[in-house]
Structures are given as C-alpha cells and as structure tokens.
Design a protein around this ligand. Sequence first.
Ligand code: OAD
Length: 229
Amino acid sequence: MTKKKIIVFTGAGISAESGIKTFRDSGGLWEEYKVEDVATPEAWENDPAMVLSFYNKRRKQVMEAQPNTAHHALVELEKKFDVHIITQNIDDLHERAGSKKVMHLHGEIIKSRSSVDPDLTYMIKGWEINIGEKCVKGSQLRPHIVWFGESVPQMEDAGNLAAKADIFIIVGTSLNVYPAAGLVDFVPHNTPKYLIDPQAVSKDYISNITVKKEKAGIGVPELVKKLLI
Ligand code: OAD
C-alpha cells in the first residue's frame, strides 16, 4: 500500500527551542542587523567580509545547536507516512534529527558555493568561510544561501510536492517572505492543514486549517502522536 504523503513546511520557529534566533520576533535577527547589509547580493558586492562574518557567526551557532523534540517528532512520522520536509531554514537540524527527505528553499549554512557558478557547492570544513577561499574556477566562495533579491531555484519542485500533499503541516513561520510563503497556495483545497506557532494569527485565507497556538516543542509531538494513531 502506498503511504500517504505528508508535507511539512517549516520556518525559523521550529529551531527556536534549539537556541537559534528567529528573524522577525522581538529580539530576532532582523532587529540586530539590517537585511540589506548582510543578506543581499548588493551587500556581498559592497562588503563581502561583513557578509562572511555574519554567516560565520550563524554557522557556529548552528553547529553548537541540537535538534529539539519537534525535529525528532517529525522523524517518527516516517513510520507511517511518506514525509517530505520543505524548510526555509538554513540549519541542518532536520537532517541531524534523522529526517530523510529535506528540501532547503533558502540554502544551507553548512555549505559554501562559487560566486560565479551556483551549481558548484562545497561542504565547509570547520565553521568559517574566509576571504581568499576560492572555488575551482577561481572565484571567492560565498555562503550557499538564497539572499533577498535572488530567485528560489527549488520553488517549482516545492510547489509540485505541495500539490500532492495528503496532509500539510506548517510550523514556526511568519509566512512573510515570498515566494516561499506562497507554497500553501499549491496545496489542494480539501487537504487537511495544520499550523503550529505560538503567535498564530488568523490564517483564514488558508482552507481546511487547524491552528495550534503552541510552541513547536509541544505542538509538533502532540500532532504527530495524533496522526500516528
Ligand atoms: P520569522 O522570524 O519571520 O518567523 C518566525 C515564526 O516562528 C513566527 O511566526 C513566530 O511566532 C514563530 N515561533 C517563535 N518561536 C517559536 C516556537 N518555539 N515554536 C514554533 N514557532 C515559533 O521566520 P521565517 O518565517 O522562517 O530568509 O522567515 C522566513 C525567511 O525570512 C527566512 O528563511 C529568512 C528570513 O529573512 C532568508 O534569509 C532568505
């Protein structure tokens, strides 16, 4: 029997209880830094050292963090369902928890990439990329991150997956950043949808949705338990 497909769409909130800051909550990263100074192609052009230093700090923090109960609970779902995680997060906590199918819409902090060839990526040894480190084509290595103003190469694949969802779960995202936030529009109208977020505001525009106003560490294991019965 083919397993039902569960698509889980995650944002910064799922990693908050692992100690990784979100972006738009109070105390979030975008209060401390200006997006345009660190997360745009223009920032890279103007001050690559500053951009590398910003992501080096993020990478160190991710490497020191551990997956939390929410990441682990999603792995349990694989016992009964064909689970695909589509994450906006650049951390690797889903993979370290053991999730098998993870798509990173906004890139991966543990990888570097060529600044002339986006298909040329490398695993970073240690936690830093430094000025002077180059790809095989001789260009400076940059973080493997999708910056504001850049396209999201995997959006089409993500949309095709979302269109096949039997169950769609959203965890810890403010649904502010497009095109990623538009993923919900690909999910069939009748597909049951769940949203877990302590700040869950009205999501009336999403059909057939159950909102759980909880932190991921509580809400995700509860939902997983229910779905596994
Ligand atoms: P945001 O910082 O915009 O939103 C975080 C969400 O997580 C909010 O809705 C919070 O209420 C929720 N949250 C906080 N703590 C939580 C917890 N313990 N459990 C569950 N939810 C919690 O982060 P994203 O929506 O992921 O892009 O941001 C989207 C994109 O904007 C990011 O991928 C990043 C950023 O700029 C790039 O860098 C390209």
